[in-house]
Design a protein around this ligand. Structure first.
Ligand SMILES: [Zn+2]
Length: 241
């Protein structure tokens, strides 16, 4: 017996739509800030109440979260926060360790002054998010830094793979990270920008490889259970007003 996926239930959205969608923005932030745990069911009615939006908007938000690998959608069972296994987490980082050093090498060979200025601005935004303790924003920005390097490398297909792996890594890091220090160390990103600016391909490749190995080796796969709370409690929204 085959399972019929009713694609029309979860409409496709553009990137701009997604960033306007309060369900996407709110749940992404809550996951990356570890306010809701892996596997938690995300009931459409609850999300509609929490964000005061229609079912169509809830479904569009959930579809976009699923495309970002932050939420799992199952026919007839609805949505839940993705729960990447340790094996999946390792595979994601192994794939990044294969692809990204090569991508950093190409970026060093291709980079124009405008690309370097763009990377430096981005690193500044990451720094600000960390200073403000905005952990979800910092995590998202540090992932985007890696996507930008892949784009500068101008290898479109590989950049698409990297973007998808980075998105999955954000949840993995949010779940399994153990160090108290920042996730993507600021020093590593700045050193990478310096190597790319000097067009030092060997150095950029080595720095990216060791940076990813550092992150991978700081993951720990024993996760404490979160205390039992309702979705509405975890999202921290006061429904009384
Ligand atoms: Zn990084």
């Amino acid at each position: 017996m085959s399972i019929t996926h009713k694609k029309t239930e979860f409409p496709q959205s553009t990137r701009a739509d997604v960033l306007q969608n309060p369900v996407f923005v709110g749940i992404e932030q809550a996951i990356l800030e570890q306010r809701i745990p892996p596997g938690m069911r995300l009931a459409e009615n609850d999300l509609g109440d929490v964000y005061g939006v229609s079912r169509t908007i809830v479904r569009a938000g959930l579809q976009a979260l699923s495309q970002a690998h932050l939420v799992t959608l199952r026919p007839n069972r609805g949505a839940s926060v993705a729960n990447p296994s340790p094996r999946e987490a390792r595979e994601v980082f192994e794939a990044r360790e294969l692809l990204e050093p090569r991508s950093a090498r190409e970026a060093a060979l291709n980079a124009k002054p405008k690309d370097i200025a763009d990377l430096r601005l981005h690193a500044l935004a990451e720094h600000e998010a960390m200073q403000e303790n905005a952990s979800g924003r910092a995590l998202r920005l540090s992932g985007l830094f890696h996507v930008k390097i892949a784009e500068i490398a101008n290898q479109k297909t590989i950049a698409e793979f990297i973007e998808s792996l980075v998105s999955r890594s954000s949840l993995i890091i949010a779940l399994y990270w153990t160090k108290s220090s920042t996730r993507c160390d600021e020093g590593c990103h700045n050193a990478l920008i310096d190597a790319i600016e000097r067009h030092d391909a060997d150095e950029a490749e080595d720095l990216m490889r060791s940076h990813l190995v550092d992150i991978h080796s700081a993951l720990s796969f024993g996760v404490a259970d979160k205390e039992h709370k309702t979705l509405k409690d975890m999202l921290g929204i006061d429904l009384s007003n």
